[in-house]
Design a protein around this ligand. Structure first.
Ligand code: GDP
Length: 333
């Protein structure tokens, strides 16, 4: 079974009623579609397996389920679908009446939990761009309350649901996806630790390790994340990618060197803040925010960065070794 062979990849399932916004989320986060273009998306009518292999840390599949399919049908192979699933993202359209969505959520969680009790359940209260702040909070409270009550009735009060307010029209969808993906990275504490060491030795205020293509941050140091810093860093990545695509080169082997280990960028803001981006490997970039006066010691920062990059490379290598070993054990069986 092909899907079972891919088990070492954490898999994210994206589910929810028809028109809740699943395809839009997938297109905007992983395929660089602009939010306005999603207005013209065809409705999903089959399971879409979308392999995201952009970063070796973020390998997963998004299974976009058409809302109207009865996946409790006997032909629906729930063992395969939920068995290898790391996180189940359930999208609820907050601009619509969400009773049906809540019913479906309860059925889905019940079924999925029975097959695989390790699944992380993530509820996206979606399209909140159309709601004012009070109403946003009110719907979150209401959905949270009703969803957990439904689970209680099904005898599953110990199952934890996480809730996120999301919209494709701002950075909230990227931030929510970052949180989801981070829970699936076993090396997260190591990465956070490395980032903490880096910032404390370099006078950096905040550092994010980004998956460049999706703008998901796979780790950050342990100081709190404020949305504005995250947005600034996302914008910086967009600028760097745009410039690289326009002026980047293709080398003799016809390999695009648009974004590679030499890439770096520096932006000075007029409030005395510096944004500094350094490429970690072909998929990951480190973006730091620091005070301009601390950037005067750029040599120290660059040296520390190289140490950081070596350490990250080792984390990757160890992980690959472990995966290959697990694979060869499976092959022998
Ligand atoms: P799917 O059937 O679940 O895949 O839903 P689609 O992705 O096709 O989305 C249905 C509609 O919702 C489209 O017209 C999207 O433009 C719209 N939509 C998706 N996400 C958002 C959002 O965050 N805010 C708003 N206002 N509309 C959204």
């Amino acid at each position: 079974n092909a899907s079972l062979q891919e088990d070492h990849k954490p898999r994210i399932l994206l589910m929810g009623l028809r028109r809740s916004g699943k395809s839009s989320i997938q297109k905007v986060v992983f395929h660089k579609m602009s939010p306005n273009e999603t207005l013209f998306l065809e409705s999903t009518n089959k399971i879409v397996k979308d392999d995201i292999n952009n970063s070796s840390f973020v390998q997963f599949q998004i299974w976009d389920f058409p809302g109207q399919i009865d996946f409790f049908d006997s032909t629906f192979d729930s063992d395969t679908i939920f068995g290898g699933c790391g996180a189940l993202v359930f999208v609820i359209d907050a601009q619509d009446d969400y009773q049906d969505a809540l019913d479906k959520l309860q059925l889905t969680v019940t079924k999925a939990y029975r097959v695989n009790s390790n699944i992380k359940f993530e509820v996206f209260i979606h399209k909140v761009d159309g709601l004012n702040d009070d109403y946003k909070m009110e719907s979150q409270r209401d959905i949270h309350h009703r969803a957990t009550e439904d689970l209680g009735e099904a005898g599953l009060d110990h199952v934890h649901l996480s809730f996120h307010l999301t919209s494709i029209y701002d950075h909230s969808i990227f931030e929510a996806f970052s949180k989801v993906v981070q829970k699936l990275i076993p090396q997260l504490p190591t990465l956070e630790n490395l980032l903490n060491i880096l910032i404390s030795n370099s006078g950096i205020e905040k550092a994010f390790l980004f998956d460049v293509v999706s703008k998901i941050y796979i780790a950050t140091d342990s100081s709190p994340v404020d949305m504005q810093s995250y947005e600034l860093c996302c914008d910086m990545i967009d600028v760097v990618i745009d410039i690289s695509c326009i002026y980047g080169m293709v080398d003799e082997a016809e390999v695009s060197t648009t974004f590679n280990s030499q890439s770096s960028s520096l932006i000075k803001l007029n409030n005395g803040t510096v944004l500094y981006l350094r490429e970690v490997n072909n998929f990951l970039a480190l973006v730091c925010i620091l005070r301009e006066e601390n950037f005067q010691k750029q040599g120290v920062i660059d040296y520390n960065f190289l140490c950081f990059r070596d350490a990250i490379t080792q984390v990757f290598e160890l992980r690959n070794k472990a995966q290959n070993a697990a694979q060869s054990v499976r092959d022998q069986q």
